[in-house]
Design a protein around this ligand. Structure first.
Ligand SMILES: [Zn+2]
Ligand SMILES: [Zn+2]
Length: 114
């Protein structure tokens, strides 16, 4: 009986971990079932190996899309880890559509006033 209780508790813990990682509710339920039916250990491995979908990460506010390269980045990121753009200061030049710092008065790409 103790073994079964432990089995269920571990499965729930794995499901909670999956939820914390940003998995969608359906996925979390899937990991819970995987833990209960097969093994909490297998569920844990699956949780670690399978990345949460972009959509569920954005829905949960754990990630956002870089306005420059459209790659997924952390919500609190100030600099995009993919294209290196500074997210706090970046704005688009209305003339050449290149990215420049928001405090810039002149576009560093086309040299026109912003
Ligand atoms: Zn980027
Ligand atoms: Zn420009």
């Amino acid at each position: 009986m103790l073994y079964i209780t432990l089995w269920i508790v571990l499965s729930i813990l794995v499901a909670l971990y999956a939820f914390a990682r940003g998995h969608s509710t359906i996925n979390v339920f899937g990991f819970l079932l995987l833990g209960l039916v097969f093994s909490p250990l297998i569920a844990l491995v699956a949780t670690v190996l399978i990345p949460p979908s972009d959509k569920s990460l954005i829905d949960k506010g754990l990630a956002k899309k870089c306005p420059h390269c459209a790659e997924l980045i952390k919500t609190e990121a100030e600099v995009c880890g993919h294209c290196g753009i500074d997210l706090d200061v970046a704005k688009k030049c209305p003339h050449c559509a290149e990215w420049v710092k928001s405090e810039a008065a002149v576009c560093s790409h086309c040299g026109r006033d912003i």
